[in-house]
Design a protein around this ligand. Structure first.
Ligand code: 3ON
Ligand code: FE
Length: 493
């Protein structure tokens, strides 16, 4: 797709083949491979590990996944110390990965529509979920957790990345219980840092289990708070946000009709359908150690649109403010579509919106924070749950319109002013991770780390930016080709 036409000239500064060339199998597992900067220099103060997770295997036995989110989880660790960097990567040894590795073919259906070979008959009534551990990776105590929201976490060794196995977190979880892939790290609103997370049991009425774990010190991993609340409707909650007193969920206006899934014609997630024109709901659950502990959850009407990810939330008097990435509709890839051929102009773009939830009146007002297509947004770790001035996010190169993510942006949430580092035309970015400088006091003092798919090299780069100026500090050309990924986290040394 490099044909120059008037239409192509008017359209964005990327080549679809470059973007699509990232969809491939990761063929090597590296251990502590030393890296050198191709440009710039790694800051000596940058000390810790960037962990990334995402699909690393998209084909098996000639059968390609229907959607990249069905690919097996592969974790990458980039360790920084004393101005140097090393890279390791490992597939998560899930039950499904091990079995398919042995069989050399696809043995499981994927949630996003990947069928087992053999047509609907071979898929009908096979309702096993393949826990692919591909969505996020976080450190909790002495282990890494590779997360996939419909089932249990996998525990990995933080250094070797070796899979220890499924974990029920010292008996906190029941076997197979859903455990979100979007924990939030509370920087210490209740004394010490906590990992706040949730699990969903979805049905005509759905139950949300909210859990808080100690995140630091010898107590890390200890369950500190645990509550369950039921709500009407089939819950689809990929992410949430926290404030000191609330856990904030946005329940999209969707219906789930599992029949095509049961009959082997669609993946489970392809059976989610947004209710046209309907509004979702905010579900606010009081945190157990907060000012509203013991009170019933609050339910407020959300604006139209579909939300996967939130940037942050905070309290302002009687109001809760939550910044989220809204899509006009649920961006699903239908059974007859090829994800590599998606027409970006025809799928809805993600746009950052601020919702102000007035808890006294129940009124919700929404304002657009930026007109630029974005995804994967975060605030400085110390500002999680508090008002923050800045957010960092992946954005399209064009200032308007839907395109693949090619640039990293720092947005001033008050003034709308932005600074952008771009990987266009041949680079494609993933989720940026903001890493504060040790001892930083200014919110934007630190670095932004991002994996970039380099279409010119057909491999991945790691870029280090100055978080304040968004100037390039260093670029490392990795000896690894990592498909467009999902989430990751930073663990300071
Ligand atoms: O009852 C079940 C509830 C549930 C949790 C139904 C179900 C089986 C569909 C289900 C499972 C949901 C899963 C496994 C969701 C996984 C989501 C995932 C891996 C990723 C989501 C990413 C979202 C976005 C917006 C990514 C955007 C990326 C870009 C714009 C970059 O190109
Ligand atoms: Fe996510």
């Amino acid at each position: 797709m490099t044909v120059a036409s008037p239409a192509a000239a008017a359209s964005p500064a990327y080549d679809r083949a470059d973007w699509a060339s990232s969809f491939r199998n990761v063929s090597v597992e590296l251990s502590d491979e030393p890296l050198t900067a191709a440009r710039g220099a790694i800051p000596a103060e940058l000390s810790g590990t960037l962990y990334r997770n995402g699909p690393g295997r998209l084909e098996r036995g000639g059968h390609w996944v229907h959607h990249p989110f069905d690919g097996d989880g592969m974790v990458t660790a980039l360790r920084f110390s004393e101005g140097g960097a090393r890279l390791s990567n490992r597939f998560v040894r899930t039950e499904g990965w091990l079995a398919e590795e042995k069989a050399g073919t696809v043995l499981y259906r994927g949630v996003f529509g990947t069928p087992k070979p053999g047509g609907p008959l071979a898929n009908a009534f096979d309702l096993r979920l393949k826990n692919i551990a591909n969505t996020h990776v976080v450190r909790l105590g002495d282990q890494l957790l590779a997360l996939w929201e419909a089932s249990s976490p996998h525990a990995l060794d933080p250094v070797s990345l070796e899979t220890r196995g499924l974990t029920l977190l010292d008996g906190v979880l029941k076997p197979g219980e859903a455990f979100s892939a979007h924990p939030r790290f509370d920087p210490g609103h209740h004394g010490a840092p906590r990992m706040v997370t949730f699990g969903v049991k979805a049905g005509p009425r759905s139950t949300v289990r909210l859990m808080e774990f100690a995140a630091d010190g010898p107590e890390a991993g200890t369950l500190l708070a645990d509550s369950s609340h039921s709500f009407g409707g089939f819950a689809f909650l990929h992410d949430f946000a926290i404030t000191p007193n609330w856990a904030v969920f946005l329940q999209n206006a969707i219906d789930f009709n599992p029949l095509p899934y049961v009959l082997g014609r669609k993946g489970a997630a392809q059976c989610l359908k947004s209710r046209a024109g309907a509004r979702g709901q905010f579900w606010l659950i009081p945190r157990q150690d907060g000012a509203f502990a013991g009170q019933e959850p609050r339910v407020l009407e959300a604006p139209e649109g579909f939300v996967f990810h939130h940037l942050n939330a905070w309290e302002d008097g009687d109001a809760v403010v939550v910044d989220s990435i809204f899509y006009a509709d649920f961006p699903s890839i239908g059974p007859d579509q090829d994800y590599k051929e998606v027409d970006f102009d025809r799928i809805p773009e993600g746009l950052l919106e601020r919702c102000r939830l007035d808890l006294a009146s129940g009124a919700v007002t929404a304002t657009r924070l930026s007109e630029r297509t974005c995804e994967f947004a975060m605030v400085a770790p110390a500002r999680v749950g508090l008002e923050s001035r800045y957010g960092w996010m992946a954005v399209a190169e064009r200032e308007r319109g839907n395109d693949p993510l090619q640039a990293l942006m720092k947005l001033d949430l008050g003034s709308g002013e932005s600074r952008v580092w771009s990987a266009a035309p041949r680079g494609f970015v993933s989720e940026p991770i903001m890493v504060p400088r040790p001892g930083a006091t200014a919110e934007d003092d630190g670095w932004v780390l991002g994996l970039v798919w380099n279409g010119a090299r057909s491999a991945s780069d790691l870029v280090v930016l100055d978080a304040a100026s968004m100037d390039e500090v260093a670029v490392l050309e990795l000896p690894l080709a990592i498909p467009h990924g999902l989430h990751g986290s930073w663990v300071a040394a």
